[in-house]
Ligand binder design. Structure first.
Ligand code: KIV
Length: 271
């Protein structure tokens, strides 16, 4: 008999069944071992190793500069921390846009080197060939429509997308194309709630919303935002569950006071 505890792992099929059964999907970003371990233990369904690492881990203004090597490093750390949840790894800008050969080679590298379970890439019709090739290689793909931050220099701002009918119509069509191409789920970022509801109902695969209202099949938040690590970032769609900025600054200020006053370490804390 093995000592290994049996854990029911979440797969892409689990997510499809959750949608069919009306159970909402919870997803959060993580970039390191320690937080991935906590989120998995809390019972999260999906961890996204987001290219938002470029912003929240590296301090860049956009997701554009993050490299394949950096994404692989973050994903490896996350995978070491989890037991049960599904891990999705973002394909960084430049690793799939040029052609389908480049895309499939990048996705294979991510899968081989990280131990992640799937990849995510941004865009609709423009990246359809790449998605088909990656899926044909046996790699599950999550799509991403609406506000696609890797295209920030095309959009010019991070405001809500698809408010105009032409863009909304393209998004409806793109969602169906991604489903036909074999995506197992689609992130809908910052689009009107009514449009997200309509798209979610038109698909058999789940939609995961961020700033896309309550009728998506699941929700995703960036961990730093929902834990309140940066009080200056408070978009309308964000629910902040902690104020870590205040708590961390307060704790470190207390530590500094204890060191300066020679309260720390005391006798019990010494050998
Ligand atoms: O990189 C990321 O964190 C994301 C989420 C915002 C969906 O793509």
């Amino acid at each position: 008999m093995s000592n290994h505890k049996e854990v029911k792992k979440i797969t892409t099929h689990t997510l499809l069944k959750m949608k069919a059964g009306g159970t909402k999907i919870s997803m959060i970003t993580a970039y390191d071992f320690s937080f991935a371990r906590l989120f998995d233990a809390a019972g999260i369904d999906v961890i996204l190793v987001g290219d938002s690492a470029s912003n929240v881990m590296a301090g860049n203004e956009t997701t554009v500069p993050i490299t394949m090597e950096q994404m692989i490093y973050h994903a490896q750390c996350v995978v070491r921390g989890i037991d049960r949840c599904l891990v999705v790894v973002d394909m960084p800008f430049g690793s799939y846009q040029s052609n389908a050969d480049n895309a499939v080679a990048s996705a294979i590298r991510i899968m081989k080197e990280t131990g992640g379970h799937s990849v995510k890439l941004e865009g609709g019709e423009e990246v359809l060939d790449s998605i088909k090739r990656i899926v044909a290689a046996g790699i599950p793909v999550m799509g991403h429509l609406g506000l696609t931050p890797q295209s920030i220099y095309k959009f010019g701002t991070y405001t809500v997308r698809a408010k105009e009918e032409a863009e909304a119509d393209k998004l409806r069509k793109d969602a169906l194309l991604l489903q036909e191409a074999g995506c197992f789920a689609i992130v809908l970022e910052k689009i009107p709630a009514e449009l997200a509801k309509e798209v979610s109902r038109s698909l058999t695969i789940p939609t995961i919303g961020i700033g896309a209202g309550k009728d998506c099949d699941g929700q995703v938040l960036v961990m730093h935002d929902m834990l309140g690590i940066n009080n200056e970032f408070k978009p309308r769609f964000l629910r902040q569950y902690l104020n870590l900025e205040n708590q961390v600054v307060g704790a470190v200020q207390q530590y500094i006071r204890d060191v300066k006053s020679q309260d720390f370490p005391n006798q019990e804390e010494s050998y």
